[in-house]
Design a protein around this ligand. Structure first.
Ligand SMILES: Nc1ncnc2c1ncn2[C@@H]1O[C@H](COP(=O)(O)OP(=O)(O)OP(=O)(O)O)[C@@H](O)[C@H]1O
Ligand SMILES: [Mg+2]
Length: 186
């Protein structure tokens, strides 16, 4: 692609340094892979991904990962008031960020993925391996081309980092730097 170099240049003007991470993220997305960005807080993970999504001209759904991120909050829900009148019609379903990103073929960016509950993590793992999701009463949602999960986490966080390992690492490209390279850089 001739535009790849110019895209990298444009992105470098928004993200200071981080050229290696930028290249790895762009390569992983081009290869249709999901990405896990690892790094301490405030080191430009969100900045880098926002710039990439903008540069590639693709949509971007942002989700803050925490213990309250239930599967229903991530996937979406049937509006209870409207269900009373209209029943479980697909038009009554309020898309959550995951379903929206799958329908639109956008990036789903989950911050602090290590902090989300196990059951929510399982939904993401299913979507990563099957590229589809079964929602009770709504049916099957297939991921449109372009849908990608991009997650971030602080690998030195005390919460939930251990359980991320096997299940998620097998299905993502890991992009990040080690602790020692951060301390020596500063
Ligand atoms: N490499 C960078 N280039 C440009 N701005 C940066 C860079 N790194 C950090 N910043 C600035 O620092 C702030 C924090 O960065 P950002 O939110 O992207 O970090 P983060 O890694 O996502 O942090 P957290 O883990 O807390 O979510 C932002 O205002 C951003 O503009
Ligand atoms: Mg961030």
């Amino acid at each position: 692609m001739t535009s790849a170099a110019s895209l990298r240049n444009t992105l470098s003007s928004h993200v200071v340094g981080r050229t290696r991470e930028l290249e790895l993220v762009l390569a992983a997305l081009a290869a249709d892979r999901h990405v896990l960005l690892e790094g301490p807080p405030g080191t430009g993970k969100s900045t880098l991904l926002r710039a990439v999504a903008q540069g590639l001209g693709i949509g971007f759904e942002f989700v803050e990962g925490n213990a309250e991120l239930t599967p229903a909050r991530l996937v979406g829900h049937f509006d209870p008031a409207r269900v009373l009148n209209e029943g479980y019609d697909p038009s009554v379903f309020v898309d959550g960020p995951l379903v929206s990103a799958m329908r639109d073929g956008s990036l789903l960016y989950v911050e602090e993925i290590n902090r989300i509950p196990e059951e929510t993590l399982n939904v993401l793992i299913t979507v990563m391996s099957e590229a589809e999701l079964n929602v009770p009463r709504l049916g099957r949602i297939a991921a449109s081309p372009g849908f990608r999960l991009v997650a971030a986490m602080n690998p030195f966080d005390a919460v939930g980092t251990a359980r991320i390992s096997g299940a998620v690492y097998d299905r993502v490209c890991r992009v990040g730097r080690s602790c020692s390279s951060y301390s020596s850089a500063s």
